[in-house]
Ligand binder design. Structure first.
Ligand code: AMP
Ligand code: MG
Length: 492
């Protein structure tokens, strides 16, 4: 690890207008809670070494080598619709960059390694519970093929941290090619500092969007690409039933990654109005509002990037508007295509929209489990019009399902769909396993008692969410009744 973190990283070259140096606060007697062996392998690191004292001290923030210059990034953000002029990494710091086996560079951040210049009233710490949620959440998303920051390991300590109750501290090591956010631009725009905006734009173009440098207007091309990636990301979330929980602009990635896992949740029973964050009283970030919020956040980013698009303000606004207008169709293309794949349809038809909403409506009416229903639909037989399909078991009123199934069967026959080929294709897009809240909660409860096996088990399970995994059927079951009583909030 020491030898891999050779440079403080490319971001640190930008200068102190963009971050502040920070000295991590030592975490007493750190121990390994979990290491992501497969990610360690991709980085050419031996997971065995994560138990070594020297490595643990480094990953806890207790040891900073000469090559590192830990820094916390500056940003602003619209939080629940209100602009906050200065946020920044309040409990995250970047140690430097790692190179993976393919030569790609990754920023290595420690989350929970103590106070920074941007901690405001926070303590700079993360609790074991929240690091486990981010660790498993990001690896579950990666397993599903959804762009995300990655999680390398969790280091724990017996140090007490006070949230709603006393908990223990932990540090999460996370990785991303860049942790830049929409808010990284907003902070300079609202300070009326246009030069750093350009520096950020150039930085992203040079290191993360090199193909766009030759465009006529590279900054506009960059924004268009962020619009497109964000639209696709949001579509992927909706397709898999993921609610982020705190979709503030400071949690929106300039690379289109799922970023900052807090009170997120995967749908159990299908409820479009699902609010996973108990602090979100108005439901601003409810599941079905996410796509619109994605666009709202992009509007904030567009505003902050205006000075880069054109000198003349009016012209810049026109350009931004035009770029933003591509959001809906980019979202819908990805979402409709994804929904067709979830239903095993290979041909595109106008009426498919009705077929999809028809299914979602009865799922909503009967609180059918989102993941299980789609997964079970793979075993639909056209010949019996779904009479033998296990998806019917997800509905209390099977007649509603049967009525829908008739139309579905007709649609499948219309494109000459073959049951077996369709079954295989559907099982590649409808996961059998998602990180249900209660599963994460079980791993957390055990970890709080010093048993970390369930974290490892879930990480491995969720790395292959589309596989049947015969020994793990229980993880695909409907959640137990107590799952309803779990409450997640911003406190982490
Ligand atoms: P979030 O929306 O949870 O990603 O965090 C919003 C802001 O609060 C970010 O600037 C975080 O760095 C900061 N923050 C969250 N928790 C803490 C903490 N325990 N100590 C310091 N800052 C924090
Ligand atoms: Mg955040």
């Amino acid at each position: 690890m020491d030898t891999l973190l050779k440079t403080p990283g490319r971001f640190s070259c930008l200068g102190e207008a963009f971050y502040s140096h920070v000295t991590p606060e030592p975490l007493p007697d750190p121990y390994l809670v979990s290491v992501n062996e497969s990610l360690a392998g991709e980085l050419g690191l031996d997971a065995q070494h994560f138990r070594d004292k020297a490595t643990l001290e480094l990953l806890a923030g207790n040891r900073v080598t000469d090559q590192m210059q830990p820094l916390s990034m500056l940003y602003a953000g619209h939080q629940f619709g209100h602009f906050v002029p200065q946020l920044g990494d309040g409990r995250a710091l970047m140690l430097g960059e790692l190179r993976d086996r393919h030569g790609a560079l990754w920023e290595l951040q420690l989350k929970g390694a103590g106070m920074t210049l941007y901690s405001r009233s926070g303590d700079g710490r993360a609790v074991l519970r929240s690091t486990i949620r981010e660790y498993l959440g990001s690896e579950a998303m990666h397993g599903l093929g959804i762009p995300t920051t990655r999680a390398l390991c969790i280091v724990g300590s017996d140090e007490e941290v006070y949230r709603e109750q006393i908990e223990t501290a932990a540090v999460l090591a996370r990785l991303a090619p860049s942790h830049l956010r929409f808010g990284s631009f907003e902070v300079f725009y609202y300070r009326d500092q246009h030069e750093p905006l350009q520096v950020l734009g150039d930085y992203l173009l040079a290191h993360h969007y090199p193909a766009l440098r030759d465009e006529e207007n590279p900054y506009l091309a960059l924004f268009r690409e962020v619009v497109s990636r964000t639209a696709r990301l949001l579509a992927q979330w909706q397709l898999v039933g993921f609610a982020h929980g705190v979709l503030n602009t400071d949690n929106m990635s300039m690379l289109g990654l799922t970023l900052d896992y807090g009170p997120y949740g995967f749908l159990d029973a299908y409820d479009p109005g699902f609010i996973c964050n108990h602090s979100d009283h108005e439901g601003r970030y409810a599941f079905d509002r996410q796509p619109a919020i994605g666009r709202w956040n992009l509007t904030c980013l567009a505003q902050a990037m205006l000075p880069l698009f054109a000198e003349e303000a009016e012209r810049a606004v026109e350009m931004a508007q035009d770029a933003l207008d591509a959001y809906e169709s980019a979202f819908m293309d990805c979402y409709s295509q994804g929904m067709r794949a979830k239903l095993g349809l290979t041909v595109r038809r106008e009426e498919d929209h009705r077929l999809v909403t028809g299914l979602l409506d009865i799922m909503k009416g009967q609180a059918a489990d989102y993941t299980r229903t789609f997964r079970a639909l793979a075993d639909f037989r056209t010949e019996d019009e779904g009479a033998s399909c296990p998806a019917a078991d997800e509905f209390r009123d099977r007649d509603a399902f049967r009525a829908w199934a008739k139309g579905y069967a007709a649609r499948l026959r219309g494109e000459g769909s073959q049951d077996e080929a369709r079954r295989r294709a559907m099982n590649r897009v409808n996961p059998k396993y998602v990180l249900r809240n209660y599963l994460a909660q079980q791993a957390i409860a055990q970890a709080q008692n010093g048993h970390y096996g369930e974290i490892e088990r879930l990480r491995k399970l969720l790395a292959h969410p589309f596989d049947e995994q015969p020994g793990n059927q229980a993880y695909a079951a409907v959640p137990p009744d107590w799952a309803d009583s779990i409450s997640v909030s911003c406190s982490s």
